[in-house]
Design a protein around this ligand. Structure first.
Ligand SMILES: *Cc1c(COP(=O)(O)O)cnc(C)c1O
Length: 734
């Protein structure tokens, strides 16, 4: 990705090694480290803390450091043993950090990468989950099987266990007051890890501070609560996990000397930090630590002051996405002062016995935003008392992470797109490429190459599952693995549809299989073969979500038989960023079939769009903004006003019949465009329109620029101007 000059040991040391009292870091120069750390610890507090329950940024899909090291052809040149160790871990070490569940975490990762590229002084805080999220196995009889993930932060490149600046032999530890299961005061200790999101030119970074409560000194109940992302064993565990994130932030920042004034909550999971800040503020106001003696007005006054420091992003209208906890639970895990604040600010309208954390986050912020225009309107309807301050900042994706290598090569070789790596806005000014035969040909070949890579990988997987059949108790998830005839592999020239995301009921992964007869008839009557590639995990406690996966598996054989082998549905287990990157670039169409208006944004469709792959989608979330009257893809399904639209996830209200029927009437149009010889015209036109119209909007540099307007940050004039240019690409909130 970077320039290909050779690199010598001395130069490597100078460019890529930084030491400090908290550790030795690889990938950036000392100068860069000192510059960034200086900003984060400056007494002026001109920086932002970004708080997220999950951060998804696997090095196997994007790692500027590894890309830089790829230029070293002979590692024997590296004589310094410390450098050689770093080199070996970065090149040969594990490339996955499996501590994300889906869209929320990957958005966080993409956001931080853009903050790094744009040189914004930001530090992120999250938790380190020793058991990750979970590994998904899929068995044709049993459906999804979840296993704990085996991963080793110690050997993962780019993850550093921070050392105690006062005693470099020892790890840095923070202590957080907690109550144990008997309501007695206790202390939980956490080690502090740091991951760096390094800019594409290795000249800036955004640190991610990951709190690791898995310590032998920490009471076991608390320790276990933080070992797995979204552990939902009990509401006690869930509440403790939220508390660990929220209450750990200030001690961690203090230990590191970080001074940021502004806090950004990526969803409400970390909102307990607001309680902590209110307690600190009240102590100031009262001049004594007995918060119990504060009047209601004093609590509200403290909350008002703290509000000025918080920016809050809400990500979903779906109830399960908003934490509410029984009040009695909080009597067990938190102090009286905390309960006092919750009583006043986390009132739950539907249930007087619960605290509602979304309500708290809505109260205590200076800016609240939803993640698309449609979602803003839904959020205003859900929270009418806060409607005045809810705005839209439509999500984006990090273009350098999601554009395939093949497509990137084409962009690199196109003079009109020069600078696209630093400025995704250049696509907005390159309208001529749509008529450039040379560009069209090269883009089309890149698309074919990516399709071939994808289909080859799927075929290898099908064979692997077949051979594993005799070695494990897992029945292969795919019908095709059980067919031994030579012709059961997928063909890259067949029209291929991709669908991959978390399996929640409202996303309706099985919508288009509602009437298999009808679907197969479309294919058989016209001799149009179709590959459907599906992937995604359901939360282990989400039984309806797991049922949807099982339904898909059950449909495979029927689809095959009723279509005489023309329609194939393949499920790819253990969806992750690596699979996502292959899928979004290799398919011919990206499918999105949620129940409007429950998909707040959706981001995988943006990843496809960045590669010039058209979407076929319900008019929900980002697609309302990305559809451009059909220039970039197709729409189907119910599109009525959202004022009275149901937000329920119950099956009767999910409009399966109406929306699948709409899909079946659209499908022949898409298939004929693909198969009737003018494929290159329709698909390439829509593909290129995606580059021209959607890359400039749905990238995280533009999104960063819009968030910057909600932060209280002072930037040097030229940098502020550059961010303004990104912001001018699009206004989410109209
Ligand atoms: C992008 C992505 C998601 C989120 O997809 P949505 O369309 O936003 O639901 C989930 N998982 C992985 C691995 C992804 O790459």
């Amino acid at each position: 990705m970077n320039s290909t000059r050779p690199i010598a040991t001395d130069q490597l040391k100078k460019e890529m090694l930084a030491t400090s009292p908290i550790g030795t870091f690889f990938g950036i120069s000392q100068r860069t480290f000192d510059h960034v750390w200086g900003q984060l610890t400056d007494p002026a507090g001109n920086s932002v803390v970004y708080i997220s329950m999950e951060i998804g940024a696997d090095p196997d899909v994007y790692s500027p450091i590894r890309a830089r090291l790829a230029n070293i052809t002979d590692s024997h040149q590296i004589t310094d043993s410390r450098l050689l160790d770093f080199y070996n871990t970065f090149v040969h070490g594990p490339q996955k950090i499996p501590t994300y569940s889906g869209g929320l975490g990957i958005l966080a990762g993409d956001t931080l990468k853009s903050y790094a590229d744009c040189h914004l002084p930001v530090i992120a805080v999250s938790l380190l989950y020793r058991q990750g999220y979970f590994a998904q196995y899929v068995d044709s009889q049993l459906g999804q099987i979840s296993q704990t993930v085996d991963w080793h932060p110690e050997s993962t490149p780019g993850l550093y266990l921070l050392q105690n600046p006062d005693n470099p032999e020892m790890p840095l530890q923070i202590e957080v007051p907690f109550l144990n299961e008997y309501g007695q005061e206790t202390v939980a200790t956490a080690q502090v890890w740091m991951k760096m999101e390094v800019s594409c030119d290795l000249d800036f970074f955004v640190p991610e501070i990951l709190l690791d409560f898995y310590r032998s000194e920490t009471p076991s109940l608390i320790r276990n609560a933080a070992s797995q992302l979204y552990n939902a064993e009990s509401s006690m565990i869930k509440a403790m996990q939220r508390r660990m994130l929220g209450i750990g932030i200030m001690p961690a920042l203090r230990a590191l000397g970080v001074t940021s004034k502004t806090f950004h909550l990526n969803e409400q999971h970390g909102v307990v930090v607001a309680i902590q800040l209110i307690v600190d503020e009240l102590t100031n106001i009262l001049q004594h630590p007995q918060i119990e003696l504060a009047s209601d007005e004093q609590v509200f006054e403290a909350a008002r002051i703290v509000s000025q420091r918080l920016v809050y992003t809400i990500h979903t209208p779906v109830k399960a996405g908003h934490d509410r906890f029984n009040k009695s639970l909080y009597a067990g895990i938190s102090e009286k002062s905390c309960q006092r604040i919750l009583d006043l600010l986390a009132h739950d309208e539907d249930s007087p016995h619960s605290y509602n954390f979304t309500q708290l986050a809505m109260h205590v912020n200076r800016s609240a935003n939803s993640v698309s225009r449609l979602h803003r309107d839904v959020t205003c309807r859900q929270f009418p008392q806060f409607a005045g301050k809810i705005s839209a900042i439509t999500n984006g994706v990090h273009h350098l992470t999601w554009i395939s290598d093949e497509r990137a090569k084409v962009f690199d070789a196109t003079p009109l797109l020069s600078g696209w790596r630093h400025n995704p806005g250049v696509f907005a000014r390159a309208a001529e490429i749509i008529d450039d035969t040379d560009f069209r040909e090269r883009l089309s070949s890149a698309w074919e190459a990516d399709s071939k890579t994808l289909i080859d990988a799927v075929n290898r997987m099908l064979i692997l599952h077949r051979t594993q059949m005799s070695m494990t108790w897992i029945d292969p998830p795919n019908y095709l693995s059980t067919r031994v005839d030579a012709d059961s592999s997928l063909k890259p020239e067949v029209f291929t549809v991709g669908f991959a995301r978390r399996f929640s009921t409202y996303k309706r992964a099985d919508l288009i299989f509602n009437d298999i007869e009808q679907l197969c008839r479309i294919s058989v009557d016209n001799n149009w073969p179709i590959n459907f590639l599906f992937a995604g995990k359901a939360h282990p406690a989400d039984e309806p979500g797991k049922t949807v996966i099982k339904n898909l598996l059950n449909h495979q054989e029927e689809l095959y038989r009723k279509s005489g082998g023309l329609v194939n549905l393949v499920f790819i287990p253990n969806y992750d960023m690596h699979i996502a990157r292959k899928l979004v670039a290799g398919v011919h169409c990206w499918l999105n079939s949620p129940k409007r208006p429950l998909e707040a944004s959706g981001t995988s469709g943006m990843k496809a769009a960045m590669n010039g792959v058209p979407n076929v989608s319900i008019m929900d979330g980002w697609w309302v903004e990305g559809y451009h009257d059909g220039a970039t893809g197709w729409k189907f399904g119910h599109e009525g006003p959202i004022d009275n639209a149901s937000l329920s996830e119950s099956r009767e209200e999910l409009l399966y019949f109406e929306d699948s029927t709409s899909f079946y009437s659209l499908l022949p149009l898409i298939l004929s465009a693909f198969y009737d010889n003018n494929r290159s015209k329709v698909f390439l036109d829509k593909g290129i329109n995606n580059l021209l119209l959607n890359i400039p909007i749905f990238n995280t540099h533009r999104m960063a620029a819009e968030y910057l307007q909600r932060y209280d940050l002072k930037l040097p004039v030229d940098q502020a101007l550059e961010m303004k240019h990104f912001a001018q690409l699009y206004s989410s909130d109209i």
